[in-house]
Design a protein around this ligand. Sequence first.
Ligand code: NCD
Length: 363
Amino acid sequence: MRMNLSLDQFLSLSEAEQLPYIGRQGVLYASQFDRHTLDHLCRVAEAARVMHQTPAGAQQMSELLRHRMALNFFIQPSSRTFMSFNTAQAFLGLSRMSVRDAKISSMSKGESLVDSVRTFISYVDLVVMRHPDENAAATAFWTSTQAHRRVHLPDGDHVPVPIVSGGSGTKHHPTQALLDVYTLQKSLGTIDGRTLMLVGDLGRGRTVRSLAQLMRNYSNVTLLFAAPEKYQMLPDITAQLDAAGVDWHVLPSLESGIDAADAVYMTRIQDEWDGGNGGEHVRADPAFAFRPDHLDRMKPNACLMHPLPKRDEIDPALDYIDDERIVYWRQERNGMWMRVALLAWLFRVESALLVDAPTLQRG
Ligand code: NCD
């Protein structure tokens, strides 16, 4: 839909009301993705992984977006999201720049986000951004629609420079949710009918919020929310789950869901939002921490996930146990392939990755 709204009008719309304006021209929310697109992106990610295994395939992939330039604008800490986007861009042949510290950009001279983004998109064809303000990506998206610059796509369409959220405040982390879906599908074979236990800081965890939103696309999924009361999933997400008929339950401990869960998704306490704790990190409540004996009680085909970084919510001994069900390091690498798929999809070149596409491999 053509943007005919002021920034304030656009930001005052609900997430659902913003979706028609966003279409396929950016990635701001997990709620943008329907089942068909999720399945498609998982296939493309799997195809990219296999294609890159041969020098000829890697070469072919690196031609796809060779004429494009990306900016990775990450002014909040990031290791995996930043590195996996960089690697995905390199695989697709994009040139890349990064801004990782607002203090060394003109923002420190008082430039507004709107003006900064307007500048960025004069030079680049894609902005991936992580920002503490939950509205920053939507602001950047709106800015991009207002600029004259358009990116010409292979099908003849012209679109504003795409903006991709790599994490927006405490609310949204759509690309993490996509890689989580890809990991779940690879680990469990299917997501339909499965039970997922989300553990830790669900109130401020943008990963689990976005993942819960995506679960509305699958049939008969049960979500178990295991968190101390003050870190419980917030009503905006549970209302969306209710509207979509997703079954969800609050649990008093990790222990109480371990036998039922097909996937256990751990998260750390997001204490950076607590305003500084004198360098000390908030410790995980032991009732919501994963111990080696929990692994013994997990279903034989279940999986243990974590968006990482992890702290004491997972006993470090787990890293020395060789068990197929511990998938968080593979999850990290899945992120790179999903980001290849997502960027190829945004620039509408993903069919080139789907030649001889394999079926999804377990593991
Ligand atoms: C997460 C984030 O930044 O929200 N990290 C990530 O992107 N893998 C989770 C976290 O920081 O706890």
